[in-house]
Ligand binder design. Structure first.
Ligand code: ATP
Length: 880
């Protein structure tokens, strides 16, 4: 499981890279002398030379640590070191039983830690296996099989169904070639790779067809290699982990100092070395919260389990806590706030405007001319501009529509492109033979906001077809198609067309422009996107999700700031935002262009009033998240695609939407929602808050016990009394007595107002009142136990019995403390845990073998009642 998690986590950049590699047309690959293949493949001499340069085609191994080394590494923190010191000193003092008990606790900690720790090395081993054993290559004009590790960039490889792609490669020729990219995309469907220049990532299995490809990157430079390298990177520890580490270290340090002080004091008083050392060790143990890390982890794991039942998977435990601390929620628009199921509702040609009926991807619908009342147009394709526009939009398109065996519509691809295909179908457009012969593709990405393809028609003529955001495409058009003829486009017309686009966007429509141009067959990408002929605008509806407004309302009630960050037009985004209750005054809509002019320092104040950031590039999304974090926000960011991944990574927690989220988004996310339901997201915040509360309760309960013990030990020693608690007794109380209650406190149900109160200030888990409460409980309990202990000794009771009284007092106080720490809705479970904790303590006092092992003495009913009464009474006024 750990291996899988790591793989998932680290596959995050893969799709981005595959997309980038796909953008590299084969012409560019050819031009690179490192990768240029001869018709006969590379020569043996050339292979040797390149191998020296590029090294073996293997994912570099991480230095693997042995189990023993990992086991030893568990003992690097102060808490464990103090315990080791304690065991050693107990041995010195002649207390073998104490030393053994501490040793057992240490051993257990070490074994648990070591068995969890080597996920990284195992993940890299799994990555290495993905490269495969052998590869078929053409070298010196001869087809041969070589070990996959011996491939070099430029090698001509042969692929067939059943092979694994042995290195990153670009397709040269292929017949029906398809690979399974589930590793990158999470979808188990075969992905067609029969187009020349299609990018193949190392490690993907070929499921169909065959082909020739040229190796573009091997070993550490390949997709798998880069994932492997990422494994070495530092992981950012969750805030809670950091706090717990600090707390443990601090407690360990305090323990050491106090222990040293007490030992010194005892020696000065003339007590023997053995007694002084025992006193020191006991104090150190009383100060150390041995169970804290375990029970905090348990509380987080319980929170994650509960969320899974509600349809959300936290990818790591830190994510549960981060989710509970969120103060700002950044949502992308398309597919998260909106349904992401689009339909072209309007088309605006130069000179006419059309309305298109129908819903979703169903190809039933009609074209009405706006301003011409009456029947829908029988044949919209009779209009030459409409025909050309729809054709360009269908050619410049990678989505696919089809029918399955039962006649149901099957869709594949980007919702925007699907909507454009459906519009074509409604008009009666059918692909005509030969025209779809694609020579070149400059793919869409969120930075370019446009896509262009070059296709060859049946006559062998090439045509560039482009679509994209109007303000990006219009400046690339110098002509316009009006009424079947091509005219020059002047700046006045361009301005007017941009205004039309903005007016449509202001109605919440997502607007794309389309353009074309005849080009020479050998045209390069840069030329294909210049001097275009403008065709028209297609505007799509994408209604908000039904639950979006409610989710926004709940977040607001919980004091969480909701910010929509989208690549879409400001006017479209503003309308959608308003529809879901995200209104704002002046300064509430910030555009990418404005952001580009601001320094990082200015960005913070520009975002203060913002509810929408529109036309944001992936880099700007990241800047916004960073600025919010710098402004003290704990940021959650939703996303579904490659373009959201950098910002999701930057956020305190990334959230991948289930249905639409690509594997890239999932791998980056701390929380993956099973379905695209924003209310599940809200539930995850509630669960996160509940879990944080539970962690706080657990920590308060356990630390309260430590403070009480330290207080008792310190006070007794100051009074010159013998040591009140021995190391075995302390360990029993801390681990056995406190165990079940701590676990129950870590799993308290949510309080009814959990989403009606503001986020915790500063995201600080323990909060300002925390120390006061812990110290209050500890001091009261510790002093009460000291009083009883001193009284018993004064009354001439044997030492073992006085110790039993002290143990009984502390145990009763802890049971009472359990009630104080519980959540307002967790009374039932706490009752059972309280009874169990009481039974543990009574067992230690009443069951003879256990009592003997813990060096305690029997107590009468009256004495037990007295100790319990004092323990409970000491905590009567303890604040909840
Ligand atoms: P969000 O960031 O909320 O998911 P988005 O989907 O609008 O929103 P992008 O996918 O980055 O963001 O799209 C940005 C812009 O690029 C769109 O507004 C549109 O103008 C243009 N665009 C989107 N998809 C395509 C496409 N397939 N081809 C060409 N242009 C596109």
């Amino acid at each position: 499981l750990l291996t899988l998690n790591y793989l998932e986590l680290l596959l995050q950049p893969v799709a981005a890279e595959v997309a980038a590699a796909a953008a590299q047309p084969v012409a560019e690959v050819d031009a690179d002398p490192r990768t240029a293949p001869g018709p006969n493949g590379l020569t043996t001499a050339e292979v040797r030379r390149r191998r020296l340069q590029a090294g073996a085609n293997l994912v570099p191994e991480l230095p693997r640590r042995s189990f023993f080394r990992r086991f030893l590494q568990q003992y690097q923190d102060t808490m464990q070191l103090t315990l080791i010191g304690g065991a050693g000193l107990s041995l010195l003092a002649g207390h073998r039983r104490d030393a053994l008990t501490i040793g057992a606790v240490l051993l257990l900690n070490g074994l648990i830690g070591a068995s969890q720790d080597d996920g990284k090395a195992r993940s890299v081993a799994a990555l290495r296996a993905l490269v495969g054993q052998a590869a078929r290559v053409v070298r010196d004009g001869v087809e041969q099989t070589v070990p996959a590790a011996e491939l070099v960039p430029g090698d001509l490889i042969l692929l067939a169904a059943g092979d694994r792609v042995p290195a990153d490669a670009a397709v040269l020729t292929a017949t029906g070639l398809a690979v399974d990219e589930s590793l990158q995309t999470g979808e188990c469907t075969a992905v067609d790779k029969s187009q020349a220049s299609a990018a193949l990532a190392a490690g993907t299995p070929v499921v169909r067809g065959r082909g020739q490809a040229i190796v573009t990157a091997t070993g550490g430079d390949s997709t798998l290699g880069r994932i492997g390298a990422l494994l070495e990177g530092e992981e950012r520890p969750a805030p809670l982990q950091r706090q717990m580490d600090q707390l443990g270290r601090r407690a360990g340090r305090i323990g050491l100092w106090v222990a040293a002080g007490v030992t010194g004091m005892a020696l000065l008083r003339g007590q023997g070395l053995a007694t002084a050392l025992t006193a020191g060790v006991s104090l150190a143990i009383s100060a150390i919260p041995e169970g804290l890390p375990t029970f905090v982890t348990l509380a987080l794991a319980t929170g994650a389990r509960r969320m899974r039942r509600q349809g959300g998977t936290f990818q790591n435990l830190g994510a549960v806590e981060s989710m509970g601390a969120v103060t700002a929620l950044c949502c992308d628009k398309t597919g998260t706030i909106t349904q992401g199921q689009m339909a072209v509702a309007e088309v605006r040609l130069t000179g006419s405007a059309w309305r298109i009926t129908g819903e979703g991807y169903c190809p039933d619908g009609a074209f009405h001319r706006i301003g011409a009342p009456g029947e829908p147009m029988a044949d919209p394709l009779a209009d030459p501009a409409m025909r050309r526009l729809l054709k360009v939009l269908a050619l410049c398109n990678n989505a696919r529509l089809g029918l399955d065996d039962e006649g149901a519509l099957v869709t594949h691809g980007d919702p925007t492109e699907l909507a454009l295909l459906v519009a074509g179908l409604k008009a009666g457009l059918r692909a005509s033979g030969g025209e779809g012969d694609r020579l070149l593709e400059v793919p869409f990405d969120a930075d370019r906001r446009r896509m262009t393809v070059v296709c060859r028609d049946a006559m062998g003529q090439a045509m560039a077809c482009a679509k994209g955001a109007p303000e990006v495409l219009l400046p690339r058009c110098d002509r316009v198609f009006i009424g079947g003829v091509v005219r020059r486009m002047d700046s006045k017309l361009r301005r007017k067309l941009l205004q039309d686009a903005t007016a449509m966007a202001a109605r919440g429509l997502r607007v794309l422009a389309a353009a074309y141009r005849p080009v020479p067959l050998s045209v390069q990408a840069v030329q294909a996107e210049k001097g275009l002929i403008f065709l028209g605008l297609a505007a799509m509806t994408d209604p908000p999700r039904p639950e979006a407004a409610e989710a926004v309302r709940r977040c607001k009630a919980a004091g969480i700031r909701v910010l929509m960050i989208t690549g879409d037009h400001p006017a479209t985004a503003a309308t959608t935002a308003r529809e879901v209750g995200l209104d704002g005054g002046p300064g509430s809509i910030v555009s990418g262009e404005q952001l580009a002019l601001l320094s990082d320092a200015e960005l913070g104040s520009a975002l203060a009033q913002a509810v929408v950031v529109a036309r944001a590039t992936p880099a700007q999304k990241l800047r916004v998240v960073r600025a919010l974090r710098q402004g003290g926000h704990v940021v959650a960011m939703t996303g579904d695609g490659v373009n959201d991944a950098p910002a999701m990574r930057e956020a305190d927690i990334g959230i991948a939407m289930g249905d639409r989220g690509t594997e890239v988004a999932r791998a980056t996310a701390g929380l993956v929602l099973e379905a695209d339901d924003l209310l599940t997201l809200v539930a995850a915040i509630a669960q996160g808050r509940t879990t944080r509360g539970n962690v706080r309760r657990t920590a308060r309960y356990l630390l309260g016990s430590n403070v009480a013990e330290v207080c008792l030990m310190g006070a007794a020693l100051l009074l010159g009394l013998p040591l009140p608690l021995l190391p075995v007794q302390l360990l029993w109380m801390n681990l056995a007595g406190d165990g079940l209650p701590a676990a129950v406190l870590g799993d308290q149900p949510p309080e009814p107002d959990v989403m009606r109160r503001p986020p915790e200030a500063g995201g600080d888990l323990l909060g300002p009142g925390f120390s006061r409460k812990v110290l209050g409980h500890g001091l009261r309990t510790g002093l009460a136990a000291t009083a009883l202990y001193a009284w018993a000794l004064g009354a001439g009771r044997p030492l073992a019995q006085a110790r039993s009284l002290a143990v009984a007092t502390l145990a009763a106080a802890q049971v009472r403390h359990l009630y104080v720490c519980r959540s307002s809705s967790g009374a039932g479970q706490v009752r059972t845990a309280g009874a169990a904790a009481a039974a543990m303590s009574l067992g230690a006092l009443l069951v003879p073998p256990l009592r003997g092992a813990l060096q305690l003495a029997p107590l009468g009913v009256g004495e037990l009642a007295l100790a319990a009464g004092i323990g409970v009474a000491a905590n009567k006024g303890n604040p909840a």
